[in-house]
Design a protein around this ligand. Structure first.
Ligand code: CA
Ligand code: CA
Ligand code: CA
Length: 268
């Protein structure tokens, strides 16, 4: 967005200085060109530019008014430049890990909540690029820590409506059954924890409905292969409840969501 603003300002600069240059150039030509017909032509150009710039007035006062206009235009451009410069600096501050993400720690691991909208696959790739992996939640304690951090992060529970997730907002976690339907693995470590409706080797899960005693997810609705933590119950409308805030749902991997990166060491 900042780059777009810079481009816009750059265009304004180009236009403004072009206008100023043409006005000055016309004034110069007005003073030096002797032919009456050419002089009349130049007069028309100056009047046209002056009218366009909202100056008006007669030729006797035109030069001083154009000069005043030039000064005003430069002041406006300097103010514009300073405004854009300061606002772009703010944007850059928000773009780094410290401004756009929040670290938290649990049991010797570090975690980063990344507030960038990505598909599950893009989030998985970015997590590895950051030196970690898309979070793998292996215990109730880790689940509690992750969900508490989400709540403390200030992310709105309605920051994104996922159509195939009952209209609720979600955050990506590192589980997928894309390789083999119904076989859920923590993708980075390739650890299978859920297979066709039941836990594998009693490994931890928090699928939607667990709290109510009836596990409703993953349901592979319309071919869902990526797991995410719900920030609100789903569906968001009253009536049937498939899952509540903090529980997991399988949703389409093409949704673009925030995500959590886990690191195997304490990072500051
Ligand atoms: Ca973990
Ligand atoms: Ca699936
Ligand atoms: Ca689902």
């Amino acid at each position: 967005m900042c780059e777009a603003r810079k481009a816009g300002v750059s265009q304004s600069f180009t236009f403004s200085f072009s206008l100023l240059y043409n006005v000055k150039y016309s004034e110069l030509r007005l003073l030096t060109v002797p032919k009456r017909s050419t002089k009349q032509s130049q007069m028309k150009k100056v009047f046209k530019l002056a009218t366009y710039a909202g100056i008006g007035g007669r030729t006797g006062k035109l030069s001083s008014k154009l000069e005043a206009f030039s000064k005003k235009a430069v002041y406006v451009l300097i103010a514009l430049c300073m405004t854009v410069g300061f606002s772009c600096k703010d944007d850059d501050d928000d773009g780094g890990d410290s401004g756009n993400s929040t670290y938290f720690h649990h049991s010797g691991h570090s975690y980063l909540i990344v507030k960038e909208l990505k598909t599950w696959s893009a989030a998985f790739v970015d997590a590895k690029a950051k030196g970690g992996y898309l979070v793998e939640i292996n215990s109730q304690e880790e689940q509690n820590a992750v969900y508490a951090a989400i709540q403390a992060s200030g992310i709105s529970t309605t920051y994104k409506a996922v159509p195939d997730g009952g209209g609720a907002a979600y955050i990506w976690i590192g589980a997928s059954d894309e390789a083999t339907e119904g076989k859920w693995i923590w993708a980075y470590s390739n650890t299978e924890f859920w297979n066709n409706g039941a836990p594998v080797e009693n490994r931890y899960h928090n699928w939607g409905g667990k709290k109510s005693g009836t596990v409703n997810e993953p349901d592979d609705y319309d071919g869902q292969d990526a797991a995410a933590i719900g920030l609100a119950k789903w569906p968001t409308v009253q009536g049937i409840e498939l899952g509540v805030a903090g529980e997991w749902n399988d949703i389409d991997e093409s949704n673009t969501l925030y995500y959590i990166v886990e690191f195997d060491e304490e990072k500051n």
